[in-house]
Design a protein around this ligand. Structure first.
Ligand code: AMP
Length: 373
């Protein structure tokens, strides 16, 4: 079996690594010659609109998937005509545009923020009067990790916000006063088999995920499964899907979905019986899905713009270092470390997580570790 990946970053890399265990070969289509996934498969290095490269890729792969949303939906639609291609172009189009995403949530009765479409400064002024402040202005397309976003606190900031998002088609969302951010990840296969991972609790700083904590029997697990289940069925979805949610006074409010493996599921490599990467491959290859149950409590710490000393991480018990092999640049995700709680007390585990947070200089999160762990 040869799986083709559109995109060659760390998500494709971890899927290709998982594929080795399943005797799956990986074919990576990526414009960047320094694709970090290429070490684990064969690389077709070309622009996505290069039709010769497309034809070679489609011809050689048995099944095709993608690792991120910012790939051309038309290419996914073209591939669908000839080869199994999962998740579908419809799922991709829903997730690529925040307006499509929010209207899908609304149609399915998935609670979400109030929102308005913004195509001009006048639209924004009008929407602020309707939704109120604070509110968040987000570009409809291509925003990630807090990029293309502006939190509006006062009406004096309206023009500044419109400039900050580059005057691009956007949506204005009401600002949610949440207690926690959680995500639910699920896998669905073409035969309709469905499995859910335990929720992850996610800690962000400056719009970027810093820490994910696996939750054991979270009180909101069943509600989260019900919400993501609606999306999986509506989209006749195949593969792994992630849904990011706010916990606002014990009620879940959907923020966004990702039609792919997700950063808040990296902990599943060490913490779950079957990782999200393996289950995505199992799903797209129409194999039985693996057990998504929690094997051991896990905390994932993102490595952003820096790689801590490997010996210092190795000195922390049951910590696994994942270095994506990417050039280090400020704000760039270059790796992660997962700590699992094996044969140690809660206090010992907390001390290990604290050591790790010190190595990545996450002092703010460290100061509130008692709240989050
Ligand atoms: P996003 O790119 O939509 O995932 O947003 C990045 C982060 O910004 C989220 O993880 C939240 O921490 C914060 N955020 C986004 N939208 C809202 C909102 N409507 N209300 C409050 N915080 C938000």
């Amino acid at each position: 079996m040869k799986v083709g990946f559109l995109g060659g970053g760390q998500l494709a890399q971890m899927m290709a690594q998982a594929g080795q265990k399943l005797h799956i070969d990986s074919l990576i289509f990526n414009p960047d010659p320094n694709s970090c996934a290429a070490r684990y498969g064969e690389l077709i290095c070309a622009e996505f609109d290069d039709t010769d490269a497309q034809d070679r890729f489609i011809g050689e792969a048995d099944v095709i998937t993608y690792e991120f949303e910012n790939i051309p939906a038309d290419l996914v639609a073209k591939i669908e005509q000839t080869k199994p291609m999962y998740p579908s172009a419809q799922a991709l189009r829903t997730a690529q545009d925040r307006w499509n995403e929010k209207t899908t949530f609304e149609k399915l009765g998935i609670p979400t923020t109030q929102f308005r479409a913004i195509d001009s400064l006048d639209d924004l002024k009008q929407a602020v009067t309707e939704i109120g402040l604070p509110a968040v202005l987000k570009t409809r397309r291509e925003g990630y990790d807090g990029k293309g976003q502006f939190v509006l606190k006062s009406s004096e900031q309206i023009e500044q916000a419109w400039q900050a998002v580059g005057q691009k088609p956007s949506i204005l969302e009401s600002f949610i006063q949440f207690q926690r951010e959680v995500s639910v990840i699920a896998a669905r296969s073409p035969r309709g088999e469905l499995k859910f991972y335990p929720l992850a609790e996610n800690i962000h700083r400056e719009g970027i995920l810093r820490l994910s904590i696996s939750r054991d029997r979270d009180p909101l697990q069943a509600e989260a499964e019900q919400l993501i289940g609606k999306l999986l069925n509506e989209l006749d979805y195949v593969g792994v899907l992630a849904l990011e949610l706010f916990d606002a006074n014990g009620k879940l409010v959907a923020n966004e979905m990702a039609p792919r493996v997700h950063n808040s599921g990296h902990w599943t490599i060490e913490g779950a019986h079957t990782s999200q990467f393996e289950n995505h491959l199992r799903a797209v290859c129409d194999m039985p899905l693996g057990d998504t149950g929690l094997k051991q409590k896990a905390v994932m710490v993102n490595l952003i713009g820096m790689l801590p000393d490997k010996d210092k991480v190795a000195a922390i018990a049951d910590a696994t270092y994942h270095d994506y092999g990417k050039a280090v640049r400020p704000g760039r995700k270059v790796g992660h470390v997962t700590l699992v709680q094996k044969d140690c007390t809660d206090d010992e585990f907390k001390a290990r997580v604290a050591s790790m947070l010190q190595l990545v200089e996450e002092h703010e999160i460290l100061a509130r570790l008692d709240e989050v762990l």
